[in-house]
Design a binder for this molecule. Structure first.
Ligand code: BES
Ligand code: MN
Ligand code: ZN
Length: 479
């Protein structure tokens, strides 16, 4: 859909707050809405009066003013678009609302995002594609806020493009999304915005000594790819934020094979890497002045005669030996080498890794929340602030030094699985071993990266989480 400032169309959408007088309605409609339909502006309540002879107005309730936040606005705008599509409407004007305690820029951005989020669908594999009726939105900003609103439109449009390309990457099944495809996608979509994309194949990966990464890739017919994406607007002598994404284009579990239902969604095990590509896309296209480097060790975790096995002892780029207790704890092995690369080969001021790392994170924090581990409270606070601004949920988990003992192997320096307790924490602490004291935050997105039912303003499947958090983190660091 095209969003234009101040364009007036026949259908008008207003967001209303509890207690508001509904002056946009004529007296008759107002009485009917309040007395007969009991429309009281509660959150997500919709009053819709459309068609010939009507006022052509849709009201979306926001609830109590003090409780309105970005996500309530996003969802309200998402519902507004849904109501327009349901009624086969092509164009409408959407009126921004002044909400006490929220700046008008944030309000407008949230509304634009909610409208755009309503458009996402993954229909590449459907013979019959359904299209939405909605084509044009006229956004009516608050008085005197036209210019800010205009800027917000193009910024959010690009951000949602980044989110949507992340979702497409994650939703694409592994038969069509393997390391080479992921790498080509990054090259094709990032280089045109000034990102230098370097793709290393097996030989170069071997030369770097990434033995842990290669061990995981061993069982697959598909060549592993190590993808480095450099966006350096500040010049290559300045440090960069390094974003390291888990890039398992499929995780069968390897010889520690997953049961069928657990394996079913494992095309999503590259969601971390997809969010790195999507957020760098938005950062570069919006010309944010901050150095960012994306790093992805992409491979599949499969079974073959040559595949790695439970009980194997493997090495790593750092030189630490690792006992493979469980081939299904593969993500931390690929990340070990990717993180060590970020810590030693890139001038990283901090490292954020993003990974669908543990089922335990789903058990502990549920479907909607990212679990975090850090060695640097300050960087974590910035991530938390960025998540908050984005309407994404992040929760810091405790990582006490005593727990490090659990990672010690019997016959190797480390082991890749530590038993039932605190699985998300021990996985994160395993990664910490490879960041060489660089300020670092680990984000376990096993829960929120993919939602088979859809929730809030996110249609079902891949969610694009945490692209917004990463984007806002970079924007914030550019100031
Ligand atoms: N990719 C999975 C984690 C996962 C599970 C992500 C469910 C999204 C949804 C990861 O590679 C894995 O298999 N982890 C194991 C670790 C265990 C063997 C220590 C797990 O969580 O069971
Ligand atoms: Mn696994
Ligand atoms: Zn995995």
């Amino acid at each position: 859909m095209k969003i234009k400032i101040s364009e007036r169309y026949d259908v008008n959408i207003y967001f209303t707050i509890k207690g508001e007088e509904l002056n946009m309605l004529d007296e008759e409609s107002r009485n009917y809405a309040i007395n007969n339909l009991k429309f009281d502006s509660s959150t997500n309540k919709i009053y819709s009066n459309l068609g010939p002879g009507s006022q052509n107005i849709i009201l979306i309730g926001l609830g109590e003013a003090e409780k309105v936040d970005g996500n309530i606005l996003r969802l309200a705008a998402f519902k507004a678009a849904g109501e327009l599509n349901k009624n086969n409407i092509k164009e409408a004007s959407v009126h921004a609302t002044k909400i006490e305690g929220i700046c008008s820029r944030k309000t407008v951005k949230s509304i634009i995002e909610g409208l755009l989020q309503s458009e996402y669908k993954f229909d590449r594999y459907l013979s019959e594609k359904k299209s939405n009726s909605l084509e044009r939105i006229g956004l009516i900003p608050l008085e005197g806020k036209d210019e800010a609103a205009q800027k917000a439109i193009s910024e959010v449009e690009t951000l949602v493009e980044g989110i949507n390309l992340t979702r497409d990457l994650v939703n694409t099944p592994a038969i069509d999304m393997y390391p080479e495809v992921l790498a080509r996608f990054a090259t094709d979509n990032l280089e045109k915005y000034g990102v230098k994309v370097e793709v290393l194949g097996r030989e170069d990966i071997e030369k770097l000594g990434m033995k842990a990464f290669l061990a995981v890739a061993e069982g697959s017919e598909k060549e592993p790819k190590f993808i480095i994406m450099k966006y350096l607007p500040e010049g290559d002598d300045k440090p960069a934020i390094s974003l390291v994404g888990k890039g398992l284009t499929y995780d069968s579990g390897g010889y520690a094979l997953k049961p069928a239902d657990g394996m079913l969604t494992m095309k999503m095990d590259m969601a971390g890497s997809a969010s790195v590509i999507g957020s760098i896309y938005a950062v570069a296209k919006n010309k944010i002045n901050k150095n960012v480097v994306g790093i992805v060790a992409a491979c599949e975790n499969m079974i073959s005669g040559g595949a790695y096995k439970n009980g194997d002892i493997i090495s790593s780029m750092k030189g630490s030996s690792i006992e493979v207790i469980n081939t299904d704890a593969e993500g931390r092995l690929t990340l070990a080498d990717a993180l060590y690369y970020a810590a030693t080969k890139i001038n990283s001021e901090c490292i954020i890794d993003i990974a669908t790392l543990t089922g335990a994170c789903l058990v502990g924090l549920g479907e909607y929340t990212t679990g975090a581990i850090t060695n640097d409270e300050k960087v974590f606070k910035d991530i938390a602030k960025s998540a908050d601004r984005s309407g994404e949920y992040v929760w810091l988990l405790p990582s006490f030094p005593e727990m490090r003992e659990l990672l010690k192997g019997d016959f190797a320096d480390l082991k890749n699985s530590t038993g039932r307790f605190g699985g998300t924490i021990t996985a994160g602490m395993f990664l910490e071993h490879f960041v060489e004291d660089t300020p670092w935050v680990h984000l376990d997105i096993a829960g929120p990266a993919y939602n088979a039912r859809g929730w809030g303003y996110l249609n079902k499947g891949a969610t694009g989480i945490p692209v917004k958090t990463l984007y806002n983190f970079v924007v914030n660091a550019s100031k």
